[in-house]
Write a protein that binds this ligand. Structure first.
Ligand SMILES: C[S@@+](CC[C@H](N)C(=O)[O-])C[C@H]1O[C@@H](n2cnc3c(N)ncnc32)[C@H](O)[C@@H]1O
Length: 374
């Protein structure tokens, strides 16, 4: 067994049972120094002691070793697949959208890859505040129409304002896309940054296809968290250190296992599309790489957005560590992960005005055509 997968829950179990290390040592017939070494990971209990400990605390050996959650600390979802979460994350979404697409690349996709040369009816599923509308609609032939749907009312309220501000003549619907009953079929059905927040993207993509007219184009754009984690370079910081996200896989896997977020939804969309019968499925990559450096006119804003994004998850370090442990990381991995985020923020904040950084989000754009359905 990979030793880093083991997260001995001895200290936790001893504390919730209100025992001192000495008391536990007496039960096991060892010294409190040995208990301390087990709890801090200096040594591991002998295999013959594990059943004694698990019997005593009335947990399975898997639970004792941290391979399965304890009954009283079941996984707590972040709720990114719920309306409530997004109602409270409008500001976060606005700040994280800045600079995530090059307008010329969207034009290239529309004209040269998808070859859209007649007006189309667009449906944007999980439209948020309408970011994609402002980016996509100016690239489409005159006469194209836009409909966005989102179940968060703060998002749809903002989307109506945002569309007007960007001269997009469109409709925004507040409702759950999964139960949406469209009056019309659409020629282009798109979703961006929705799938990785769901446990299973298949029902969502199936619904997109149901809303699509014959020969409609279906597009799913989403970033892959593994790529995103290695996509940050900060001048002056060790790149190996920046790329080290030990334990993150366990955290992401825990979310999948619990039917919540799929960190690799972006990589899987093409397979889902093929399974659901779409034709000519292909995958492109968002070509945007943010290079932020002091001479830029909007440098301060870009640095603030970068910090706001990181800090929104890790500002309360104790809570962040607790959340990551609950999501499958060992205490050591969680601490390392959270402290690294704080260190990065501190490094950037304290050098504002001189620090440069490069960020690549690893967003794939997966698409296919609905040739068979009417
Ligand atoms: C990360 S945001 C992306 C928003 C937008 N597409 C963008 O890229 O800026 C995900 C959005 O999907 C919406 N969403 C998720 N599941 C949904 C569903 N079943 N019906 C409607 N909206 C949904 C959320 O409310 C949220 O606004």
């Amino acid at each position: 067994m990979n030793k880093s997968l083991i997260n001995l829950r001895l200290a936790y179990l001893r504390k919730v049972n209100h025992m001192t290390q000495e008391e536990l040592a007496d039960v096991i017939g060892t010294s409190f120094q040995t208990i301390s070494k087990w709890e801090t990971g200096v040594t591991m209990p002998d295999i013959s002691v594990l059943p004694i400990l698990s019997d005593f605390f009335n947990v399975s050996v898997d639970q004792l070793l941290g391979l399965k959650p304890l009954a009283d600390e079941e996984y707590i979802s972040d709720g990114t697949d719920t309306r409530g979460f997004w109602d409270n994350h409008l500001e976060y979404l606005i700040r994280t959208r800045n600079g995530t697409w090059n307008a010329d690349y969207m034009r290239f996709l529309v004209r040269d890859v998808w070859k859209i040369n007649r007006p189309v009816r667009v449906l944007d599923c999980g439209c948020g505040f309408g970011y994609i509308a402002a980016l996509l609609m100016p690239c489409l032939p005159k006469g194209s129409t836009y409909t966005g749907i989102d179940f968060s009312s703060s998002m749809t309220k903002e989307a109506s304002v945002y569309l007007k501000k960007h001269g997009v003549n469109g409709t925004v619907i507040n409702g759950d896309f999964i139960t949406f009953e469209p009056k019309d079929k659409y020629d282009m059905v798109i979703c961006k940054s929705v799938l990785r927040h769901l446990g299973d993207s298949e029902p969502f993509i199936r619904k997109m296809i149901e809303c699509a007219d014959k020969n409609a184009l279906i597009v799913c754009a989403d970033s892959n968290r593994e790529l995103e984690c290695c996509g940050l370079y900060i001048d002056g910081l060790n790149y190996g250190y920046l790329c080290d996200h030990e334990g993150a896989i366990k955290h992401w896997q825990t979310e999948i296992d619990n039917g919540k977020r799929d960190y690799a939804a972006a990589m899987r969309s093409a397979y889902v599309m093929r399974r659901l019968g779409l034709s000519d499925v292909d995958v492109r990559m968002n070509d945007r790489v943010s290079f932020i450096y002091p001479e830029q006119a909007d440098y301060d804003e870009k640095i603030s957005d970068f910090l706001a994004h990181k800090e929104s998850w890790y500002d309360d370090t104790d809570k962040a560590i607790e959340r990551l442990i609950n999501h499958g990381m060992s205490p050591m991995e969680a601490e390392k992960f959270v402290y690294k985020s704080s260190e990065i923020c501190e490094y950037v904040r304290s050098r504002k005005g001189e620090v440069a950084l490069t960020q690549f989000k690893g967003e794939t754009i997966t698409y296919g055509w609905n040739r068979s359905n009417g």
